[in-house]
Design a protein around this ligand. Structure first.
Ligand code: TRP
Length: 330
């Protein structure tokens, strides 16, 4: 690869993405391609840390891959691949397991939350999840890892693991940094703007998926919760609902809050909600037609997966060999 810094991120194939995943993460990845050498991964091995139905997982892996390409990630500029097709990940994960402490993993807040929600029969994989994630990142000597706030602790752990390995053996891994550079937009629930938008929300009006049709998108925005008062101004504290809508609108067209406030001066909430809904629907329409085209062309997807996995493996194996050597593994 070139002199540019390396950016690495991944997304789990856990169903359809919401506009929260899109505006908060994936849309920014598209822009990153201009300044970084990028690798993007569909983390299907992370997905099985909680129970999955095999056929569903297989289908979603294809869908997630297609969705990444549909958003504008270019498989010829960036590496876009499926985690399980690059065996170096699981192998480095094992090597790192043997240098990571139980105590470190026990402190991960995502593990604490998820294991608590699961109750009984928590899988070892769920506990080990951050080590596999560290392997993902370290294999490619990534400099930056664009992630949401919820993954920051995992990236910090990755850094600790890498640093200790480098100090104990010899310099092997680049220390990565979490990256929130691209404004890290946080899209909130349309029904409770104090919560993050989530596709597991029991209220279907709380989130918009990337595959919602135009009418559904607009209907959900019309029903979005607003605040008291009547002005369209950005004020997270006192107007969380309107602020969230302003945020979403800005994601569709890169306008600033100030520009948006001007644009909707004197306009009522109802009309504003409609405008946001329409703007999101327009944004998604382009993506959806590309997505449907890609999904209909499974041969193309499989071919891209294969080419990209081979390229990824050829980079990853270099780091893996080094790590093996350091540990005396023949
Ligand atoms: N754990 C991340 C998530 O659920 C996905 C992920 C897996 C990831 N491996 C990664 C993100 C490596 C960044 C880097 O969002």
């Amino acid at each position: 690869m070139s002199e540019r810094k390396i950016a690495y991120s991944a997304i789990q194939p856990s169903g359809v993405f919401t506009i929260g995943n899109y505006y908060g993460a994936v849309k920014n990845w598209v822009k990153l391609q201009q300044d970084f050498d990028c690798l993007f991964c569909v983390a299907n091995l992370h997905a099985i840390t909680v129970p999955q139905v095999a056929a569903e997982l297989r289908k979603r892996t294809f869908e997630s891959y297609a969705l990444l390409l549909a958003t504008g990630i270019d498989p010829e500029t960036s590496l876009v691949y499926v985690q399980s097709q690059v065996p170096a990940h699981t192998e480095l994960c094992w090597l790192l397991n043997c240098t990571t402490y139980m105590g470190e993993l026990s402190r991960m807040t995502q593990y604490k939350d998820k294991s608590q929600r699961q109750g009984k029969n928590i899988r070892v994989g769920l506990f080990d999840y951050p080590v596999l994630m560290a392997a993902d990142i370290l294999l490619y000597q990534a400099n930056i890892v664009p992630v949401g706030e919820d993954q920051k602790q995992h990236v910090e752990l990755c850094r600790d693991i890498a640093e200790r390995f480098n100090n104990t053996y010899a310099p092997t891994f680049t220390l990565p940094e979490p990256y929130f550079g691209l404004s890290g937009k946080k899209v909130k629930s349309l029904q409770d703007p104090t919560k993050k938008m989530s596709k597991s929300d029991s209220n279907l009006n709380a989130f918009v998926t990337l595959l919602d049709d135009r009418d559904t998108v607009i209907r959900k925005f019309k029903r979005a919760v607003t605040d008291s008062g009547s002005e369209i101004i950005y004020d997270e504290e006192n107007k969380p609902g309107i602020s969230n809508l302003i945020e979403i609108y800005s994601c569709t067209n890169d306008k600033t809050y100030l520009e948006i406030e001007k644009e909707f001066e004197g306009v009522g909430y109802g009309q504003f909600k409609l405008a946001v809904g329409e703007s999101v629907a327009d944004d998604l329409a382009k993506l959806q037609s590309r997505y449907n085209e890609l999904l209909a062309n499974k041969d193309y997807l499989e071919e891209q997966m294969k080419i990209n996995a081979e390229k990824a493996q050829s980079i990853a194996i270099k780091t893996l060999r080094k790590a093996r050597r350091r540990l005396g593994i023949i």
